[in-house]
Each structure stands twice: as C-alpha cells, then as structure tokens.
Design a protein around this ligand. Structure first.
Ligand SMILES: [Zn+2]
Length: 255
C-alpha cells in the first residue's frame, strides 16, 4: 500500500471516521451546487430572453415604420390640402365674375376639372398611406402585446429561480455550518490531504472500505492489498492503491 511507503500519515481512527462525515457533507454540498446550476428555470429563462430580444427588435422596427408612415401620411394630406386650396381660389375667382373673357373662363373650367382629378388621385394616395399606417399600428400593438406576455413569463420564471436559489442557499448555509464544526475536529494534516485529494478527484477525497471494495473508485482490493490494509495500525491513514483516495476502514470492511 502507498501508506506503507515512506512515513505514513497517522490519524486517530475516530478522526478517520469523522472524515467520512465531512466527505458526506461535501458530497451534499456538491449536489446542491449542481442542482443550483441545472435548475430548469435557467433554460426556460434563456429561451424567453431570446424571444424577448427578437420581439424587442421587431417592436423597434415597427416603431420606425410607424413614424415613417405617419410622416408620409402628413405629407400626403398636405398635398391634398394644397390642391384643394388652389381649386377653391380658382372657383372663387370664377364665381366673383372677375374673369370676363370666354376663353379665359373655358381655360379656368378645364383647370378646375383637372384639379378635381388631381385631388381625387391624391386622396387615393392618402387613403393608401392611411391603410398602411393602420396596418403597421395594428402589428405594433400585436407585437407589443407578445412582448409584454414574454416579459410577464420572464418575471415569473425569475421569481421561481430566485426562490429555488434561496431554498438551495439556505441548505448550503446549514451544511456549511455543520461542515465547519466537523472540519474543526479534524487534524490539520489529515484535512489538508483530504482537501488536496478532493480537489483532484472529482469531489471525493475519502471513501470507506466496505465489503473489500473502495467506495471511491468501486474497485475491489486485491488479496495482498487487503492483507496490507488489515495489517496497518488502526491510526495509519491508508490509501486506495487504485484511486489514491484516503481509504477509511469500517466495521463492514470485510477484513
Ligand atoms: Zn479507490
């Protein structure tokens, strides 16, 4: 066994058992951290944020289109008004009797007809612009409504996530308090070795030997390793030959 080489680390058997309690707490903390990272609300929120960004962009585009079309409608309306005013002036001049020459009168009549035709054309344009403006405004209302719905969903999912965070953080805080108590009971050198292994070994630094199996790597010890573990003094910190983790002997070790 590794622990038989050099100067093996010594720790009271009760401290070794306590190390398993610490490992259990650390495993629970790791599970909570994993649960915090993989809450379903994270993916729900990511999807909703994407929808919001797309709807935001559409609302912005439609606002620009609505502004442009409003300006276009004002211009079309002004065009109609301008020609109407001219027709009214001409009509008044004719009605006033100021134009006596029949040729001038005839020309004026023609102009009035042509102005009326022009007004009718411009009114058609104004109507067409008005219809486009109404359509853009309807779309803007609809998309703004969709955006508001998505924002409500985001608020709900955010509240659910924050509640889940608060629940998890409460558990983490309780476990950390227990962890502190257990860690304080352990000798510094044993704790340091455990922390180093836990860091390097996916969160598990110490494991019980149960039914001749290291529960860190799940491998069964060889007969010679078992003999070495059985022969090691109770206060010797033994290590799994396969995974290097601290191997804590228990009543069910099968030695
Ligand atoms: Zn192992």
């Amino acid at each position: 066994m590794r622990s038989n080489r050099g100067d093996p680390l010594k720790a009271d058997p009760s401290a070794q058992q306590r190390l398993l309690d610490l490992q259990e707490l650390d495993s629970q903390l790791a599970q909570l951290a994993h649960r915090r990272r993989s809450l379903p609300e994270h993916s729900v929120l990511a999807e909703l944020e994407e929808q919001r960004a797309a709807l935001d962009a559409r609302v912005r585009d439609l606002r620009i289109a609505a502004d442009d079309t409003t300006a276009e409608h004002k211009r079309a309306n002004a065009d109609v008004e301008q020609v109407r005013a001219r027709r009214e002036r001409d009509q008044q001049r004719m009605d006033s009797g100021a134009i006596a020459n029949p040729k001038d009168l005839e020309r004026m009549q023609h102009e009035l007809v042509s102005l009326s035709k022009r007004i009718s054309d411009l009114e058609d344009i104004e109507l067409e612009v008005m219809e486009r403006l109404e359509s853009v405004q309807e779309q803007l209302m609809a998309v703004s409504g969709e955006l508001a719905e998505v924002e409500t969903k985001i608020a709900t999912a955010t509240a659910a996530r924050d509640q889940a965070f608060a629940d998890i953080d409460g558990e983490v805080s309780d476990l950390n308090a227990k962890r502190g108590t257990v860690a304080d009971e352990l000798p510094a050198d044993l704790l340091a070795l455990y922390e180093k292994l836990r860091e390097a070994k996916g969160g598990v630094g110490a494991a019980p030997l149960r039914a001749r199996r290291c529960e860190g790597c799940s491998l069964e010890l060889t007969a010679s390793d078992l003999r070495a573990v059985a022969a090691a003094p109770a206060d010797e910190v033994v290590r799994c030959e396969e995974c290097q983790r601290i191997l804590v002997r228990t009543a069910e070790s099968g030695l």
